[in-house]
Design a protein around this ligand. Sequence first.
Ligand code: PMP
Length: 304
Amino acid sequence: MHDFLPFAYFQNQFVPFEKANISIATHALHYGTAAFGGLRGIPNPENPEQVLLFRLDRHCKRLSLSAKFLHHDLPADKIQQIIIDFVKKNKPTKPFYIRPLVYSSGLGIAPRLHNIEKDFFVYGLEMGEYLSADGISCRISSWYRQEDRSFPLRGKISAAYITSALAKTEAVESGFDEAILMNSQGKVCEATGMNIFIVRNGQLITPGFEQDILEGITRDSVIKVAQDLGITVIERAVDKTELFIADEVFLCGTAAKISPVNRIENYSLPQERPITDKLREKITAITLNQDPKYKDWVFIIDLN
Ligand code: PMP
């Protein structure tokens, strides 16, 4: 069971988390007409009266664009203000995760986006490590990521996560920690809630936006930090066989942070991961606001 933060933002006000409930006839529940975000926050190690949120503006922007696919106008600055108020209301004291969700809240039958009420809520929970930092095993999923021609993959649309759910359970039930999905072209796409990077010959390689990936915010951060460290970053189609012979492979996402991969199917990967380790260390320092160069990425909220 999760430790939920005490207050949720629900129907335009803050209410105790247990009171934020919806009807069984809610449209989004039946048709997946919802989109969500996910942000991590931590108490400021330097000042317990403050909380640090990583790349708040980017998360709000992406959710606002996801809402657009649902035909709902939800400006990024409005989301941002609600999230700030949410954090101030909850005053978290441990690392936490914020889940904002926009959805078709109307009660109605028939899938559509027009003529159906929309709403927006936010809740949060305490969150430590999501995947092991020591290295995880991955299965190549028998499920393929959706295609952009049938699904707006640049949004975090709830309905898309049935594929992630199928892939994750398939992986876990067959003895792996996580799944790597291919796209409809048979190229490497991403994991169930993380983007993927490989290292070969000192270069960092990751599938480009045209490979049907989610436009991950951690992915964007990794690319910028790697470039600043002088590492060559190449965004291109990646073949499955490259995974097996890579020098390093890691997954990255808000919840998972940077998760090294130590085995893919029946192929072991090298134990030494100098580039993954370097990036992981750097990104951790940035999220703790300990790197002056990236202070713009850390939003500070005063709790009092
Ligand atoms: N891909 C998918 C399918 C995801 O759900 C996530 C998590 N939001 C990511 C990639 C990573 O995105 P981010 O770094 O923005 O959390």
